[in-house]
Design a protein around this ligand. Structure first.
Ligand SMILES: Nc1nc2c(ncn2[C@@H]2O[C@H](COP(=O)(O)OP(=O)(O)OP(=O)(O)O)[C@@H](O)[C@H]2O)c(=O)[nH]1
Ligand SMILES: [Mg+2]
Length: 221
């Protein structure tokens, strides 16, 4: 009887764990975000911004939500280490792509890298959230401006591909990509001040739960 009750208690209180990867260019604010999430959700606060340096490799952090544990993997964004990101794609349940909305000069580079993430087959059905960081800065582009900037960038890329392609590109792939862009969620945050961070974590919580349910019923997100 004891074992039965213990088993039932374990079943009722068990928490499912989901992995979330945080990627984006170096300097976008990924580690600042991870540490702010730890501060907001854990008893032990995360590092303050003055203690954070460029990430060479990865940082991790875990938070506990109702019936759910979110395990975050913050991956270094410098050019030479971006090629390790794909190793995390197979096992992740959600992807957060952080863009520095203040750094207009590097937006193109940010979209180039984002575009290669979008085309990775391992994460096609995985919830993807685009975060326009540094909203505390008056120079930052707003969420709407960031979305338009990406759409414009993608349109220009398509036109240039069409001009240079010898055999024409795969229209079904383009239409799949357009759908993903149209349904892309973009949220504004300030990792430094914490604005919007809880809303982003709520989004992740809901989306990993829903995509798990869809997987169980054989559907897709
Ligand atoms: N104004 C402002 N600055 C921020 C914000 N988030 C991060 N920063 C600053 O941006 C710089 C880079 O932040 P990091 O968190 O180290 O960036 P990262 O994306 O982890 O960079 P890598 O580890 O090199 O990939 C630091 O000086 C941060 O203080 C923000 O919300 N607002
Ligand atoms: Mg970092």
């Amino acid at each position: 009887m004891y074992h039965l009750l213990k088993g039932l208690h374990h079943y009722l209180t068990r928490k499912e764990e989901f992995s979330v990867i945080i990627i984006g260019l170096d300097g976008a604010g990924k580690t600042t975000l991870l540490e702010k999430i730890k501060t907001l959700y854990n008893d032990v606060p995360g590092l303050t911004p003055d203690k954070i340096g460029p990430t060479v490799g990865q940082n991790t952090g875990k938070i506990t939500l109702p019936s759910t544990i979110l395990q975050f993997w913050d991956l270094g964004g410098q050019r030479g280490i971006r090629n390790i990101w794909h190793r995390y794609f197979d096992d992740c349940h959600a992807v957060v792509y952080v863009i520095d909305a203040e750094d207009r000069e590097r937006l193109g580079e940010g979209w180039e890298v984002f575009d290669s993430v979008l085309s990775a087959p391992q994460i096609l059905g995985v919830p993807l959230l685009l975060l326009a960081n540094k909203q505390d800065s008056p120079q930052s582009l707003s969420v709407e401006e960031i979305r338009h900037d990406y759409e414009d960038w993608y349109q220009r890329k398509l036109e240039s591909t069409r001009r240079h392609a010898r055999y024409g590109e795969d229209e079904s792939e383009i239409s799949a990509r357009r759908q993903r862009i149209a349904s892309l969620d973009v949220m504004g945050i300030s990792a430094l001040e914490g604005t919007g961070v809880r809303a982003a974590v709520d989004w992740l919580f809901i989306r990993v739960q829903n995509s798990r349910r869809d997987t169980n019923t054989g559907g897709t997100t």
